[in-house]
Design a protein around this ligand. Structure first.
Ligand code: SF4
Length: 365
């Protein structure tokens, strides 16, 4: 996606990152006093979701940088911390929840990093450890061409004894990660899907083989890895294709270097349906048989989800018996029927993930 305009909120106009973005993008940084006019401009476009991917607003994070992943009380949550570095994405996945999350959706990057470091210092100085990720409201690595925040974060987390950073991406922009003294405190993670779903539903993302190659490169630089099969889409023949992805994954990567693998099937708020219909008329992902879940999101029937999770778990276990597997936003019954145990029986999902992070990332007990 080519960026066509760069805007900067007046209160951060002097921030050194503004010049860096402007130089790298070869665009003037236009100062705006308030966001309203800009938001109205995006909203008036025929496809505001696409228009918002071509405009960057450099701004201040007016809320906290670090926050607890919202999860839902009805599903088992992993107690993750989101580091909110910016919002939205230059890639364009049909199912992307961010399309209905921001009004309007627009690339925003927070440049008040002094506040970010202060917050992190405060949060991580206690005895509690955190799993922190930047890839919830944006892709972790899309900002690499313009910002040096990622290497700074990797260096910062290298000094932590109890907390880890997870960078979650569908890109291959990993060059800034080379030669960093990361001390295995940063986990590089990729969302994976079948080549068919990537080609038809994930516009502008890298191919499966490119993602696995980038993961192998990071592994060779000593980074621990993680993978997220989310959202898995159910279609005729999907089982064989997901099985093939797992085969390729373990052909190229060390099972012992994988901190965790998560799975989640496609789910969506009803409001997203019309956006997908409008923006991705060829997409068939919303036409399966869905039922409303406890959080109001539409999901595949439980037995259908469970069957796929169970198969995936078997294929993964054949090649990586010990790897930590977890389900994103599912209940105890689905866990039991998919894996044969509930997180509760292993001390809870946060404890399961903390244990794996401790083992793979050299954290203190
Ligand atoms: S890569 Fe992630 S954040 Fe970007 S469009 Fe796809 S789902 Fe959304």
């Amino acid at each position: 996606m080519k960026i066509s305009h760069l805007f900067v909120e007046s209160s951060v106009a002097e921030n050194p990152l503004v010049a860096k973005f402007a130089t790298q993008l070869s665009l003037p940084a236009v100062t705006v006093e308030d966001h309203k006019t800009l938001f109205e401009m995006i909203k008036s476009e025929e496809d505001p979701w696409l228009a918002g991917k071509k405009v960057i607003l450099l701004t201040r994070n007016h809320g906290p940088f670090l926050r607890q992943c919202p999860g839902t009380r009805d599903y088992i949550c992993c107690n993750y911390r989101i580091l909110n570095i910016g919002s939205y994405c230059v890639m364009d996945c049909a199912y992307c929840i961010l399309q209905s999350y921001f009004h309007p959706p627009m690339l925003q990057y927070f440049v008040n990093h002094d506040d970010l470091w202060q917050e992190l210092d405060k949060a991580l100085s206690g005895s509690e450890g955190f799993r922190v990720g930047t890839g919830e409201f944006t892709d972790s690595l899309i900002w690499e061409p313009w910002s040096d925040l990622t290497p700074r974060l990797v260096n910062y987390f290298a000094r932590q004894q109890r907390s880890v950073l997870e960078l979650k991406t569908k890109t291959t922009t990993i060059s800034q990660l080379k030669n960093l003294d990361h001390r295995r405190k940063t986990i590089l993670s990729w969302s994976l899907n079948t080549p068919r779903i990537i080609a038809t539903q994930e516009r502008g993302t890298s191919t499966l083989s490119a993602r696995l190659r980038a993961a192998a490169q990071c592994q060779s630089w000593g980074y621990p890895l993680a993978f997220h099969f989310d959202p898995m889409v159910i279609y005729p023949g999907c089982e064989q294709e997901y099985a093939q992805v797992i085969k390729e994954l373990f052909n190229q990567l060390d099972a012992e270097n994988i901190v965790w693998i998560s799975m989640g099937t496609f789910r969506f708020m009803p409001a997203l349906k019309s956006t997908i219909q409008k923006r991705f008329p060829q997409s068939e992902i919303i036409y399966g048989e869905f039922v409303p879940g406890m959080d109001g999101k539409m999901r595949y029937f439980k037995p259908i989800r469970t069957r796929l999770y169970r198969q995936m778990a078997e294929w993964i276990r054949e090649r990586a018996e010990q790897v930590t597997l977890y389900l994103c936003m599912e209940d105890e019954q689905v866990w039991e029927q998919s894996f044969g145990f509930t997180p509760e029986s292993k001390g809870g999902l946060p404890a399961m993930l903390d244990r794996s992070a401790r083992t793979h990332c050299n954290l203190c007990g």
